[in-house]
Design a protein around this ligand. Structure first.
Ligand code: FPP
Length: 259
């Protein structure tokens, strides 16, 4: 099961406590730790966290610096523990604007944790869904121009293999957004095609393992048809039969044969 999370609400959480916004991000790291630890025990095989978007560069410089210090610190301190827990960390997003120090930490943690099979932890840093789609398209064009890819082979499957999440076992089953807003904010636009989406009012630092467990529980009750039909229900129920009669009474071409 693949869960992806838009971790929103750090700033508001801090303001509520009368603290500067960056303290909200620090509290957000604790929520990340809790969810990573809980995920593997809840049968999550892939967890994707949106830590910094391609649009987050618009934030004040001190906030951006504080965020990158937090990412760096977290991965430096936790790399060994993550390896021990068989978590393999992968970063998704652009790499051309990141500092050398951050790139070095990213490379080290990816190398150290490579092969961890209990949980794949994808971290979106300078990640944007549109940017990913454009980069993927350009990679494919380069491949075609270089004669390495046949244009006729470019289909959804091949496209997926060239995205940042090429190593993933599946697209997200569930995307959770905390913080009360109801939008995707450029997150996983390619991969979200059939994801369930849950909007939680909890601010990210308050989102804990019980929230994660409840979201997973409610996912289990969803009837996911992936654009197909539910085959368990061939015979019309009384309610369906009444609806068909109603449609027939307004239709020129009667459709009462239930198909
Ligand atoms: C959005 O909340 C949150 C971010 C832009 C940063 C998310 C980062 C973390 C939770 C830390 C992640 C750490 C690791 C190690 C991956 P916001 O600041 O926009 O909140 P607001 O909407 O209340 O202002």
């Amino acid at each position: 099961m693949h869960i992806a999370i838009i971790m929103d609400g750090n700033g508001r959480w801090a303001v509520k406590q009368g603290l500067p916004r960056t303290m909200g991000h620090r509290a957000g790291v604790l929520a990340v730790e809790e969810c990573v630890r809980a995920a593997a025990n809840l049968n999550v095989t892939d967890l994707t966290l949106y830590a910094f978007s391609t649009e987050n560069w618009k934030r004040p410089r001190p906030e951006i610096s504080a965020l990158f210090r937090l990412f760096n610190g977290y991965f430096k301190n936790k790399a060994r523990e993550l390896k021990k827990e068989e978590v393999s960390v992968r970063f998704i997003g652009r790499r051309d604007k990141l500092s050398r120090a951050v790139l070095k930490t990213m490379h080290e943690v990816e190398t150290l944790t490579k092969g961890g099979a209990r949980l794949i932890l994808n971290i979106g840093i300078d990640y944007g869904g549109r940017d990913e789609i454009l980069r993927t398209t350009n990679k494919l064009i380069d491949g075609v121009l270089a004669g390495k890819i046949l244009q006729s082979d470019v289909d959804e499957n091949l496209f997926s293999k060239y995205t940042d999440l090429s190593f993933n076992r599946s697209d997200p089953d569930l995307i959770i957004r905390t913080g009360g807003d109801r939008r995707l904010s450029n997150f996983m636009l390619w991969h979200a095609a059939y994801s369930e989406i849950e909007f939680s009012d909890a601010l990210w630092p308050d989102f804990d393992k019980s929230h994660l467990a409840a979201s997973i529980e409610s996912l289990k009750s969803k009837n996911r048809r992936f654009g197909g039909l539910d085959h368990n229900n061939i015979e019309p129920t009384k309610r369906q039969a009444a609806a068909i009669n109603k449609i027939d009474s307004f239709s020129e071409n009667r459709v009462s044969k239930y198909t």
